[in-house]
Design a protein around this ligand. Sequence first.
Ligand code: AMP
Ligand code: MG
Length: 493
Amino acid sequence: MFAPVHSFRQLPATFFSDVMPTAVASPSFIAFNQPLAEQLALPTQYWQTDQGLALYSGLQLPDWTKPLAAAYTGHQFGSLAPRLGDGRAILLTELTDITGKIFDLQLKGAGPTPYSRRGDGRAALGPVLREYLVSEAMHALGVPTTRALAAVMTGEPVYRQRQLPGAIITRVADSFLRIGSFQYAAMYANHDELQALLDFAINRHYPECADAENPALAFLAAVQQRQAKLIAKWMSLGFIHGVMNTDNMAISGETIDYGPCAFMDKYRADTVFSSIDTGGRYAYQQQPQIGQWNLARLAESLLPLIAEDETQAVAMATEVLNGFGPSYYQHWRELFGAKVGLRQTTNDDQSLIQALLQLLQHAEIDFTIFFRKLAYASTDIYAQKGPHGLFADAESWLTWAEQWHQRLAKEDAECDEQSTQHQNRVDQMLAVNPAFIPRNHQIEQIIEEAIERNDFTLFEKFRQDLTTPYQDNEFWMAAPAPSTALYQTFCGT
Ligand code: AMP
Ligand code: MG
């Protein structure tokens, strides 16, 4: 049932400001996500209609919205930015979906808020299209993420390095609470207000922590579990978030704030795409460490709620934080184990998988294409559809593949019905190794056609196709030619 709620507003006033979207000239729809609207039990009058357009452009809001902008702070590239907040995002309401779960509904790019600092509160078309497609693709790939409900053009220009069409995206999240929300509370709020924020987050995301002996500590451990799993998922798909600042890491364990994010083409552990990440802080291989660093900032913010005595609180939090590595590696091993066709993994398999990744890096092999093809090599190393032909010098691949086949044979020997195992393994591998991901050069082409020619055909084609990433799709599967490969992405601002 459609049931807007406004629980964030029950928090102390220090955590948000009332704000209204700023009217735009002549909005028009780019895309509307009907399956998501159905899941949210959104009345059809707010689908792709005039009333819907008025809502998603912020032009005229229904009375069931109570718009606000949330306050937060955060570490950006390692330095504290003491006052951030929703500078161009406006929380319209919370909605219960058809299963009874609560979601946040937010406009991004609907005008300035008290937290805009020098920003215009607007979003350009390119980043809106990117966020729409990449977040929906992540969802289809099975990664926890915010969703895209609608994208509209504002009919007004925005000014970045040049004039660009303005756009607004309507996003849906388990919630937009960030590690930075807790850092803000620790810096500016009193003890009771910090407690209120924790209670809110526990109630919304981790109700089981309410009954724990030490709810704040249990909460830290629970957030850590989800972050470790999320980052392992990113790694298993070659996803690089690009701006893992503490204000861009969600308490819910979802991927949020898609900026200069991108998927790797060729496997390289030190890949960086973001033009502003000059030091490579948020490179592919750095992501787990940064995740843990961010969780330490969350832990610091929670100290007063963990124990009265600070030394004791630090010791307790540190013990929890030490669990990040084991938790992350367990998820990593399970995910990569499945990618190479193993149903169960042991510690030894870690070195088999690491050896493979080194091999891919050395031979400059496309990450997604390799793992897709690997499924077919699980029965025959030389299989026509296998990855054999990707290697200029096949020797190192064959050496690895023989070790791999020995490992698979060992697993089969531990299983009873060997004859059916092989086919199952191919299918199982195809079900976890996507045929295609949103490749950077393709997303850039989609954006360019929209901006330069006002042509959304390719955008629409990808929007339709992205729902089935585990089915072969000749159109989107190809790796970029060296001339079209893109090595840099720019922030969504
Ligand atoms: P981001 O790195 O995009 O997550 O943004 C960092 C901070 O800058 C957040 O507080 C944003 O709300 C704010 N911000 C980014 N772009 C704009 C903009 N165009 N106008 C106002 N605030 C912005
Ligand atoms: Mg952000």
